[in-house]
Design a protein around this ligand. Structure first.
Ligand SMILES: *Cc1c(COP(=O)(O)O)cnc(C)c1O
Length: 384
């Protein structure tokens, strides 16, 4: 057994990131400036997006995305119950109502058929989540777009993900990415919103107090102090310290992904045909970034529940987690909308069985094998 606890998803940083941050600290521009601008350009190029706006979180990108799509009081936004709370919280912040569409059993992605059933005259935005880094069924979801119904993609888990030949981000939809500390590439905290130039121009103003011109332009030689507030905006901009991390992580992303896939392939080789567990399926023709590696326990064959399974793993020095407690089971949403756990039966059933195994570009095949041994040990010990 391991003597040291194996963390769930540590970041993978190198001396290159440290040097780039130091370089920024030696310059005199710490906030949104030349490095943030370069990071936006490089990121847009990588995901082949029309344009990109760097922000201090993915949550900020989702919030501003809804605002520039004109979402407000009386509107409805359709999303999945199987996501992080931020995807739903921003809908509340925009003043709209959360409408949930249940997930597909194999992939845990939002079901386009369920989305279609939930659409009404008040639907303004579809907010699919690329769960675990697997792209949602965008062909079907995009076919549900109307003049008054737009799509905002929660791509917090992507980097890099592909749908056929297209990168997630290579679209006219708005797409929000996360660089939170445990995501596939990180800036500590940070996010990126991609999409059409004209929508992102409005988002850029909204992300910095609603001011007509940002500080970097105003404070450069030949710049003017003057600005106008066009809307009461937010304070959501990324700074150059974060962008320093992002520039290097993006440059290293293909290498980071290759290392992550070694862990995934070790897991897959073992778990794909296992009786007691069923990994979340990734469908043909897509590339998942494998932000998460989620197995579902066949609880009928075990004498313990999921929570005890995670406790047993921790006692054997391996971290595990759950992604996610479904939106409708959080007290705020259950109380406001009167939702019961069984109202979204596929999400509820999966939630009870889910375990996210440790995953990081830091980990090797050896560490993946240790995780497998511990999973095996717990299964054997508590078999019915
Ligand atoms: C992490 C995450 C977010 C929020 O990202 P932040 O950058 O922390 O704001 C949103 N949606 C999903 C699905 C996430 O996993």
């Amino acid at each position: 057994m391991r003597t040291e606890f194996l963390a769930y998803a540590p970041p993978c940083l190198s001396d290159q990131e440290r040097e780039e941050v130091l370089d920024t600290l030696h310059k005199d521009w710490l906030s949104t400036g030349p490095k943030t601008k370069l990071f936006e350009e490089e990121f847009a190029k990588y995901v082949r997006a029309p344009a990109a706006l760097a922000l201090n979180s993915c949550t900020a990108g989702l919030h501003i995305g809804l605002k520039v799509l004109g979402v407000g009081v009386g509107d409805e936004v359709i999303t999945t119950p199987m996501t992080f709370c931020a995807s739903a919280n921003v809908i509340e912040h925009a003043g709209a109502r959360v409408v949930l569409a249940d997930i597909d059993e194999d992939t845990c992605l939002i079901s386009p058929a369920e989305v279609e059933k939930k659409m009404s005259s008040r639907t303004r935005v579809l907010l699919p989540v690329h769960y675990g880094g697997q792209p949602a069924e965008m062909d079907q979801l995009n076919s549900l777009r109307r003049e008054s119904v737009r799509v905002l993609e929660d791509a917090a888990h992507c980097m890099p993900s592909r749908l056929g030949a297209k990168m997630v981000g290579e679209t006219d939809n708005l797409v929000a990415f996360s660089f939170y500390a445990n995501k596939n590439m990180t800036t500590g905290e940070g996010g990126m919103l991609t999409g059409p130039v004209e929508l992102l121009d409005r988002a850029r103003v909204m992300a910095l107090h609603g001011m007509s011109r940002d500080a970097w332009k105003r404070f450069q030689k030949g710049g003017s102090w003057e600005y106008d507030v066009e809307v009461p905006g937010f304070k959501y901009n990324m700074n150059d310290i974060q962008a320093s991390l992002g520039l290097v992580q993006l440059k290293r992303l293909d290498e980071l992904y290759a290392r992550r896939m070694e862990v995934v392939e070790t897991y897959e080789a073992h778990f794909a045909k296992h009786e007691e567990i069923r990994p979340v399926q990734v469908r043909r023709g897509v590339q998942s970034s494998y932000h998460l590696y989620v197995i579902r326990l066949n609880l009928e064959t075990l004498r313990i529940d999921r929570d005890q399974f995670i406790v047993e793993m921790a006692e054997r020095n391996i971290a595990a987690s759950v992604h996610y407690k479904p939106i409708h089971m959080h007290s705020y949403y259950a109380n406001k909308y009167g939702w019961r756990p069984e109202d979204f039966p596929v999400a509820f059933d999966n939630f009870k069985r889910m375990v996210s195994l440790p995953i990081s570009s830091r980990y090797t095949k050896e560490e993946a094998s240790e995780v497998i041994s511990v999973v095996e040990d717990v299964l054997k010990r508590f078999r019915r």
